[in-house]
Design a protein around this ligand. Structure first.
Ligand SMILES: NC(=O)c1ccc[n+]([C@@H]2O[C@H](COP(=O)([O-])OP(=O)(O)OC[C@H]3O[C@@H](n4cnc5c(N)ncnc54)[C@H](OP(=O)(O)O)[C@@H]3O)[C@@H](O)[C@H]2O)c1
Length: 283
């Protein structure tokens, strides 16, 4: 199977390269492959993959508020190029999307069929990407995930691990609830989804949910530190982009293909066993 991965140098891209080792992989990323350029479509067609894992994206949630045109160009227009190429090749397209397509006003897990209503530019751009993928390529699966962390790149887990050793105390948002997801675990699911018949939308996260504050506390405890972690409100955090207060994803379609992923606490423990590797990683 010839599999093309966009955004191959990002954190999920690295996890996928490991999970799919042994497959015929075509890795695409900046600067040679730019989703804002229409030439990205012909580059994909020329590579002739039978499956496209489209994970390349503008992922800086606050940055997207500052440069909405770029976020939309990468995540929405860029996905149109990818989906057209997939349709031309009759290829399967798997597009990675986000819990941030929802507004967070529900108090029970968001189902695949719930109507998205993004409250920030990043979420809007990813929702437009979803529509482009589903409209322009008949064999599309949109995989929504959340609160992702992996060994490559920067993420919440690495940041808390660094700060917990440096600061006398930490302040972390306690009024946003979601599903932390280990990129290695997600990559294994994507491997199963490549060859499945599933189309439309599928939610995939580690099971269980928590607030960012609870997530940070779990990280500090696993480090064996006693650094206090104090909850603050979203308003106190003063971030540029609005974020959903509740973005837990119900996973009603994944059981058609495979068992659910382990609990987020278990996934975090596995990730943190590689803590010495993180110590030399700047973030
Ligand atoms: N991170 C999360 O918490 C999260 C949550 C839910 C869903 N997702 C989705 O999951 C997917 C993977 O996320 P991730 O955390 O692995 O993201 P990431 O680490 O930011 O990786 C994204 C990759 O896309 C590349 N990229 C950016 N602009 C591009 C362009 N114009 N053309 C081609 N490539 C471009 C990035 O390159 P540069 O680094 O050089 O910009 C990077 O290598 C994304 O689609 C994201 O929207 C992520």
């Amino acid at each position: 199977m010839r599999i093309l991965i966009t955004g191959a140098q990002g954190q999920l891209g690295h996890a996928l390269q490991q999970a799919l080792a042994g497959e015929d992989l075509i890795l695409k990323d900046l600067p040679e492959f730019d989703l804002t350029q229409s030439g990205s479509e012909s580059q994909i067609v020329a590579a002739r993959p039978s499956v496209i894992l489209h994970i390349g994206a503008y992922t800086n949630v606050d940055g997207a508020e500052r440069e909405p045109d770029r976020a939309l160009a990468v995540n929405a227009q860029g996905t149109t190029f990818v989906a057209r190429a997939a349709a031309t090749l009759n290829a399967r397209l798997i597009y990675l999307s986000t819990d941030y397509v929802f507004d967070g006003t529900k108090s029970s897990p968001y189902r695949e069929e719930d109507v998205p209503h993004p409250i920030n530019v990043y979420g809007q751009s990813k929702r437009e990407g979803e529509i482009a993928a589903l409209t322009d390529c008949p064999n599309t699966l949109v995989v929504r995930t959340a609160w992702l962390y992996g060994h490559a790149g920067n993420n919440f887990v690495k940041t808390i691990m660094r700060l917990a050793g440096e600061k006398p105390f930490l302040e972390v948002v306690g009024d946003q609830r979601g599903c932390p997801t280990n990129a290695d675990d997600l990559a294994l699911v994507l491997n199963d989804l490549l060859t499945s018949e599933l189309r439309g939308i599928c939610h995939v996260t580690n099971t269980g949910d928590c607030t960012w504050h609870e997530f940070a506390e779990a990280i500090v405890i696993r480090m064996g530190l006693s650094t206090p972690v104090r909850p603050i409100t979203t308003a106190q955090a003063g971030r540029l982009a609005s974020r959903p207060a509740y973005s837990v994803l119900a996973q009603e379609r994944l059981p058609i293909v495979r068992d659910p992923l382990p609990h987020w606490q278990d996934a975090l423990a596995r990730f943190m066993r590689h803590a010495p590797r993180l110590a030399s990683t700047s973030n």
